[in-house]
Design a protein around this ligand. Structure first.
Ligand code: G1P
Length: 276
């Protein structure tokens, strides 16, 4: 792999308000909600570590001091953080990382997007693989999604397949089912060339009045730069921990693998669950 296309740094935007998880998110940052024994964010940090990432930057809001406090002296990784003063959209959050990533390519993992299974090689490994093998300036993980749900996501159109990856020629953030350009939604992991920062600076407010990274990536394509998609495969699933039903589902999914969840697995364990 060419050294110039090897990615060492990752940025995790974690500044969102978590409005749909109120009142819980008044007590605890959305990204610090437990999934079994660990906060969501630690599961994502461990995923990135398993792919070979060595340096991570959290982009947080002023009220999320619990995040740097929790990750102080985290073993095996260099972790830093920056505060985003105003939450004007995902593209604006990513722009806050410009001084940190400098002129290196970097990964972005959304701080509330869980992709299972967690075991290595994690799906995110394929984003790094696709970035290193192609001349892409951006690679996104995508998941096949019904058109009726397109209004929740950034949706992409595959133009040309090469093995298990495809080049993208159109992206639209939160389209209606009628405008939806294809069956794949963006699923919370991105690799970027630093040229994304100029595209972000040229991005105008889009869906929801926010600066959308999907629109910045579209500017890359308009500039003739290649953008690729990496589909989730088999059982791989993305869950955005942004609503109670998804949070409950993810909590049970990850707790089920915990040796203390199933009392039958614990000799001498006297506790019996009673969910009635
Ligand atoms: C963000 C992105 C969107 C992507 C989604 C997936 O949306 O803007 O393109 O599909 O994450 O996690 P949000 O969930 O912040 O509305």
């Amino acid at each position: 792999m060419s050294e110039a296309r090897k990615i060492h740094k990752a940025v995790i935007p974690a500044a969102g308000k978590g409005t749909r998880l109120m009142p819980l998110t008044k007590a605890i940052a959305k990204e610090m909600l437990p999934l079994g024994r660990k906060p969501v964010l630690e599961i994502i940090v461990d995923e990135l570590k398993s792919t070979g990432i060595t340096d991570i930057l959290f982009v947080i809001s002023e009220d999320k001091a619990s995040i740097p406090a929790y990750f102080k002296d985290y073993p095996g990784l260099s972790i830093d953080w920056t505060v985003q003063k105003e939450q004007t959209g995902l593209a604006a959050a990513i722009l806050c990382s410009e001084d940190y990533v400098k002129d290196e390519p970097f990964l972005v993992a959304l701080g509330d997007a869980l992709i299972t299974p967690l075991d290595p090689p994690h799906a995110t490994t394929r984003v790094l693989d696709c970035y290193s093998r192609t001349d892409a300036e951006c690679v996104v993980i995508v998941q096949s999604t019904p058109k009726e749900e397109s209004f929740r996501y950034g949706m992409v159109r595959p133009a040309r397949w090469d093995g298990q990856y495809f080049e993208i020629d159109l992206l639209i953030e939160k389209p209606s089912p009628e405008e939806c350009p294809g069956e794949y939604s963006i699923a919370g992991r991105y690799a970027f060339d630093p040229s994304i920062f100029d595209c972000i600076r040229k991005t105008l407010p889009g869906a929801g009045g926010e600066l959308q990274i999907t629109d910045s990536i579209r500017l890359m394509i308009d500039n003739g730069r290649p953008v690729w998609g990496v589909p989730l495969l088999g059982e791989e699933t993305r869950r955005d921990i942004g609503t109670f039903p998804v949070y409950y589902e993810a909590f049970v999914l990850l707790s089920r693998d915990d040796p203390d969840f199933d009392e039958a697995k614990q000799p001498g364990q006297t506790h019996k669950y009673n969910f009635r």
